[in-house]
Design a protein around this ligand. Sequence first.
Ligand code: ATP
Length: 204
Amino acid sequence: MTGGARVLATGLAHRFPGTPWLYSGLDLDLRPGEVTGLCGPSGCGKSTLMSVLAGWTPPVEGTVRFEGVERTGWIFQNPHGVPGRTALDHVVLPLLARGYDREGAQERALATMTDFHLGGLASRPYRELSGGEAQRLMLARALCSDPDLILVDEPTAQLDLRTARSVNTTLGRVAAQGAIVVVATHDPGTRRACTRIVDLGDYG
Ligand SMILES: Nc1ncnc2c1ncn2[C@@H]1O[C@H](COP(=O)(O)OP(=O)(O)OP(=O)(O)O)[C@@H](O)[C@H]1O
């Protein structure tokens, strides 16, 4: 995480072949510390825009400039883990892949999991985690890779109110640690956790 990252999108427009424009004329200037909520009705192009902001999908019109974005994390709506592996393993393994030794990786993973109120679940197999615990685990794992940009798709879609509230609080914490956070959501609670809302319905 460099802390000086910026994503500058200008004049974005997107459509799929043979279909109407999803959005057009969209400008975004995303900075660390911000949580930007992408809102709008189902099918308006939120996930498509996330893919454009991840640099995976080229925009049909417009440009996206990434400054100082070395690592991007994407947390999908339905997180997939390895059922028989522990919660801790899910956070440790990417750290090992980044060159941490086992002790260092476990220490960092546990500290981050504790931040996300998951410390007590470290040795629990992934298959026994609740939906909200799995979401928070994926956020903890993403944060451990020191991402400059984190894209989160519908993080509270299938969660109860209390768990959703805890996930929403987490988004602010991730941003406060210096990441640019972009979240696609329909949830009023998540909207309140955002520092800025982009309603794609305004660009249709
Ligand atoms: N590869 C594709 N080819 C053609 N159409 C696509 C493709 N991917 C998505 N679409 C269409 O583009 C539109 C926008 O999809 P997208 O998933 O970005 O919407 P969304 O706002 O994230 O929806 P939701 O809130 O339901 O998740 C939808 O009508 C979808 O069917």
